[in-house]
Design a protein around this ligand. Structure first.
Ligand SMILES: C[S@@+](CC[C@H](N)C(=O)[O-])C[C@H]1O[C@@H](n2cnc3c(N)ncnc32)[C@H](O)[C@@H]1O
Length: 247
């Protein structure tokens, strides 16, 4: 289970926002391209602090967000205040939506966060149950290559927080990301925190087969910086985007 504890939720929002901000724009454009005139309703599974969901809400989408971390959902709730977004603290493998959503989206490696392949299958089935026929589903995932790569620790700091994220060794299919940091309060006092987030590596082909088993029709596998162009060898990239249709 990935641990997005309260202090890390604050640090995530501060230091990890550029990727979801960029991808929110890209997926919004893609949905308009795939399904012009479709109902504007979004299911964001693993919605985190609501960065992507808020971009869709600003474009007129009614949002349902799901995330297992109450700390992340609390920040999403603040970000989406004033909209009619429904935000649920629930596991991606076991949730029900209050209304169907024409577009489902999971950004930033939710497939890898969810864990072993049986849990991924349950997650893909849950999303399928939430999207009516004709709807679309997009998500990104780190590939085995991406999760196997040796990357140096990442350090981020501003006046109010600092964080270091360092990958542990690959253990079978699982790769831990050890995060330590501290938050600084207005009174100058610091609160240290530490957490570990575990990602599971999957073959893209296994995820595509699980998608099909769950009732989806996989349509495209692309690079995350070009959601319109299929890539011939997804395993050669560190991260890919997958786009599926519900027939
Ligand atoms: C890297 S963050 C991405 C958040 C958001 N999608 C974004 O792009 O900013 C991963 C998120 O997945 C959530 N998560 C991890 N495991 C989950 C699970 N089993 N069910 C639902 N959410 C999960 C975490 O709590 C965290 O908010």
């Amino acid at each position: 289970m990935a641990e997005y504890i309260d202090a890390f939720a604050t640090a995530y929002d501060r230091f990890w926002a550029p990727y979801p901000e960029r991808m929110g724009e890209a997926w919004l454009r893609l949905h308009a391209h795939l399904a012009p005139g479709a109902e504007r309703s979004l299911l964001d599974v693993g919605c985190g602090t609501g960065i992507v969901a808020a971009r869709f809400a600003a474009a007129g989408y009614r949002v349902v967000g799901v995330d297992v971390s109450a700390a992340m959902i609390a920040r999403a709730r603040e970000r989406l205040a004033g909209t009619d977004a429904v935000l649920l603290t629930a596991d991606a493998t076991d949730f029900e939506v209050p209304r169907p959503c024409a577009f489902a989206l999971s950004t930033y490696d939710i497939v890898n966060h969810v864990g072993e392949l049986d849990r991924v299958r349950a997650y893909l089935r849950r999303v399928h149950a939430a999207v009516p026929p004709g709807g679309w589903f997009g998500f990104d995932m780190s590939t085995i290559r991406g999760l196997s790569a040796d990357v140096p620790p990442v350090s981020r700091e501003d006046g109010t927080a600092s964080v270091v994220a360092a990958r542990g060794p690959l253990d079978g299919e699982r790769r831990p990301l050890h995060i330590t940091g501290e938050l600084r309060g207005d009174d100058g006092r610091t609160t240290p925190f530490a957490t570990t987030i575990t990602n599971t590596a999957h073959r893209v082909a296994d995820v595509l087969a699980a998608l099909t088993d769950a009732g989806w029709v996989p349509k495209h596998v692309t690079a995350v910086d070009d959601l319109l162009t299929d890539v011939p060898d997804p395993e050669a990239l560190p991260r890919v985007a997958v786009i599926a249709h519900r027939a």
